[in-house]
Ligand binder design. Sequence first.
Ligand code: RTP
Ligand code: MG
Length: 166
Amino acid sequence: MSINKLEGEMIDHENKMMAKFKKERQEKIGEITFTMIKPEAVAAGNTGAILSKIEEAGFRIVALKKVHLSKEKASEFYAVHSERPFYGELVDYMCEFPIIAAILEKDNAVADFRTLIGATNPADAAKGTIRAEFAESLAKNAIHGSDSNENANIEADFHFSVDERF
Ligand code: RTP
Ligand code: MG
């Protein structure tokens, strides 16, 4: 067998093993939610403190990145709110500064994460919740959490490829 052919076969084998490993890894990821640490919380230097609270509450970080959303991306992400009066303000705010996007895994991830972040308006957020501690206002409320399993998957796919999840 020529060296070139042998090399080709070894690369094929490696690619197959990697594809198998990735598939097995994806199948092991359980219930997920999607979150974004919002611009004002990132700008205020609260990323580490918020991620600590998330991990302490038992969520496992599956994927994580810092990204500056374009107006197009932010508009698309919040398209469900396009008829609401605060839509324009919300889109502008989400593009103001980079955000931290993450996929989180836990049993009952969506509901437990909504409990951890607290009410949309920080004035109503229970003591000890992330919004009670870090949000500035109803509009600048520090963090996003998916509101259903279906949306968690849509939002996770919006920000992360399968290869970015571990
Ligand atoms: P999120 O989607 O960010 O986790 O927040 P949520 O479910 O608790 O609240 P939602 O009704 O989905 O609203 C999305 C985000 O829009 C901003 N907002 N501004 N100015 C206003 O009256 C107002 N109301 C909502 C907040 O940033 C809210 O998180
Ligand atoms: Mg929402």
